[in-house]
Design a protein around this ligand. Structure first.
Ligand code: GRG
Length: 307
């Protein structure tokens, strides 16, 4: 449950050009994603992996990872392989989530879903290949990062992907369909399905730069806030935005009879809650304020986004 926010926040430094930061980071991430898929065989698997990984998307997760690495004093390039790995895990989860056995969707990132193009078996395998490639990126393709830091990153990615994260959240979500769910269960679903990977993004970026414990702790709190806020906004957009703008089928939550924040709290209160969570998330980074401008702006972007 979210406590009322009492901290008076200092504004993000005026000199910081967030739009330019976001665009430059996105360009770097797109290039790294493109490079990350080598000549895998067979060709049909490579095609399916590239189809989903290079389909656009906001690239929020890799950018969070890079920003956290920079905040902790690291160089963007040191974290790039892990940033790519996080987008691979995210993309895998979207491919699997869209399958007929799960959310059964045929539109993602403005294109037909993987199983619609390649068939179910190939879509599952493309997801599996992306998930395992993610760990390869960290373990074998992160030059210049000390092995003990990479080991901790592998640990974070494992926790975020498995039963303590994505898989656990997805199972509770599936089991909750068609049932009335209370706020506590809804929060559990979102902290696991969405929040765990967002947490892994900032924690692993910071670990790569050798961040001290107080910063890791603050980033964990930041991630919890933005994770829940992200999902509340996702629920709101599902109700209020069009499929064309979202690039995925709008109104799915109503059709699938899912419990959402707007269903439990109403639209206005949901929005207020997302804003309060973002304020809390930003508050815990105040001690690092000078270097935290990208993460502070990314938190605001989460509530102001339209897709
Ligand atoms: C097989 C290990 C394993 C895990 C899969 C299917 C699954 C378990 C979990 C589902 C996780 C899921 C799809 C959560 C929803 C997260 C979410 C809100 C996605 C949308 O993220 P955006 O808006 O999308 O950042 P873009 O397209 O911009 O990247």
């Amino acid at each position: 449950m979210t406590a009322a926010v009492t901290t008076t926040l200092e504004p993000t430094p005026d000199s910081f050009d967030f739009a330019a930061y976001l665009e430059a980071a996105r360009i770097d991430v797109e290039a790294a994603l493109d490079r990350s898929l080598g000549p895998e065989q067979p060709e049909s698997l490579r095609e399916a992996m590239r189809y989903s990984l290079l389909a656009g998307g906001k690239r929020l997760r890799p950018i969070l990872c890079l920003a956290a690495c920079e905040l902790a004093g690291g160089q963007r390039e040191q974290a790039m392989a892990t940033a790519v790995a996080l987008e691979m895990i995210h993309t895998m989860s979207l491919i699997h989530d869209d399958l007929p056995a799960m959310d059964n969707d045929d539109l993602r990132r403005g294109r037909p879903t993987s199983h619609k193009v390649f068939g179910e078996a190939k879509a599952i395998l493309a997801g599996d290949a992306l998930l395992t490639r993610a760990f390869e990126m960290v373990a074998l393709r992160s030059p210049g990062v000390p092995a003990e830091r990479l080991l901790r990153v592998v640990g974070e990615l494992s926790l975020a992907s498995g039963a303590p994260g994505l898989v656990g959240g997805q199972v509770v979500d599936l089991e909750s369909e068609g049932r009335s769910v209370d706020l506590e269960t809804l929060e559990y679903i979102h902290l696991h399905k969405t929040g765990a990977l967002l947490r892994a993004c900032v924690i692993s970026g910071a670990l790569i730069a050798g961040a001290p414990e107080p910063l890791l702790e603050a980033l964990g709190t930041y991630a919890r806030g933005i994770g829940l806020a992200f999902q509340i906004i996702d629920d709101i957009l599902d109700l209020t935005a069009s499929s064309e703008v979202l690039g995925k089928t709008a109104g799915k939550d109503l059709t699938a009879d899912k419990t959402t924040y707007p269903k439990l709290l109403g639209l206005e209160e949901s929005r207020r809650r997302a804003e309060a969570l973002v304020s809390e998330a930003k508050a815990c980074l105040q001690p690092w304020r000078e270097l935290a401008a990208p993460l502070l702006s990314l938190a605001d972007y989460i509530t102001s986004r339209d897709r």
